[in-house]
Design a protein around this ligand. Structure first.
Ligand SMILES: Nc1nc2c(ncn2[C@@H]2O[C@H](COP(=O)(O)OP(=O)(O)OP(=O)(O)O)[C@@H](O)[C@H]2O)c(=O)[nH]1
Ligand SMILES: [Mg+2]
Length: 292
């Protein structure tokens, strides 16, 4: 039997469930998920291997109008997903306002590769609204197959998988057949910390945060991780650390537990908060953090 392989890129607005869908397809928690928009900042590959195929899912930052340099970089990263896909999943959520003039949607409409228009979160809706939404999308993206799902409840996720297998090109694998992702252990450790910060702090504060894994040392029984948490202002540093350091301790404890599950090993984690003024507009700083 011929081997199939290809890239399935998941794009869409912030917070529609792109990361939840990728994790459900791959069966691992690779991408962090929160109820806040703009959780994902980098493209992350999640790889599904079987003897006869390799599917490379690409989770991307949500598409938005950029207000600062970091968001410009996030948008670039989402745009790149339009170019290198073998199959595109345009993920929307039920109730999303459709703007046919949106340049992204127009590009998707002209896509040369198969497009699956996936309507997520139907667990929060009813059949009538789902049918109506599918009809509306039919007018905007007539060539795309419409699939209503719930990524959270894993409803109809199998259907997406079947369609992907039908469209997947014949190709040798792109990654080793035991690879799960393109990202390093350090990257995931940093993301687990960022997820806790998005979950536990209010308003603008979590968006001003970047995490740097300064060292990651693994011995047979233990992983020692030292991380810097960068914020933009002194006041944010105070908020992050909290009264008697309690808030930061909670971030440390919860991140460590996640890491121990993910790496299947005991973890010793140390966190330190640092101020890096206005880093979200600092190209050099962002380059160091893998934004291009
Ligand atoms: N009810 C419901 N909630 C969902 C579903 N899928 C995702 N969510 C929730 O929607 C929120 C956003 O999910 P994410 O997977 O982080 O969304 P995203 O598109 O990756 O978001 P960004 O990375 O910010 O662009 C989270 O609170 C999820 O739990 C679903 O099928 N049903
Ligand atoms: Mg995401």
């Amino acid at each position: 039997m011929e081997h199939k392989a290809g890239y399935v890129n998941i794009i869409g607005k912030p917070n529609v469930g792109k990361s939840t869908l990728m994790n459900a397809m791959v069966g691992e928690k690779l991408s962090i998920i929160t109820a806040k928009a703009q959780t994902t900042r980098h493209r992350i590959h999640g790889i599904l291997n079987a003897p006869e195929y390799q599917i490379i899912f690409s989770d991307t930052p949500g598409i938005l109008d950029p207000n600062y340099k970091l968001q410009e970089n996030m948008l670039k990263s989402a745009r790149s997903a339009l170019v290198d896909a073998d199959i595109l999943i345009y993920l929307t959520e039920i109730g999303e306002k459709i703007d046919p003039e949106n340049p992204f949607i127009q590009k998707v409409a002209k896509s040369k590769v198969p497009v699956l228009l996936v309507i997520n979160k139907i667990d929060t809706s009813n059949q009538e609204d789902v049918v109506e939404s599918m009809g509306q999308w039919n007018e905007v993206l007539p060539n795309a197959e419409k699939i209503p799902i719930s990524a959270l409840k894993k409803f109809n996720v199998q259907l997406i998988f079947n369609r992907i297998l039908e469209h997947l090109p014949v190709s040798p694998p792109y990654y080793p057949k035991d690879a799960l992702t393109d990202k390093s252990e350090r990257f995931f450790a940093g993301e687990m910390i960022r997820e806790k910060i998005l979950l536990y702090y209010k308003q603008e504060n979590p968006y001003a945060v970047e995490v740097e894994i300064e060292s990651f040392k693994e011995d047979p029984k233990l992983i020692r991780i030292f991380a810097f948490i960068y914020v933009e202002r002194e006041s944010q540093k105070g908020i992050l650390i909290g009264n008697e350091g309690k808030a930061l301790k909670k971030v440390g404890r919860e991140s460590r537990l996640d890491m121990e599950t993910f790496f299947q090993k005991k973890v010793f984690l140390e966190l330190k908060v640092k101020v890096k003024k206005d880093w979200r507009n600092n190209e050099r700083f962002m380059k160091n953090f893998g934004y291009h």
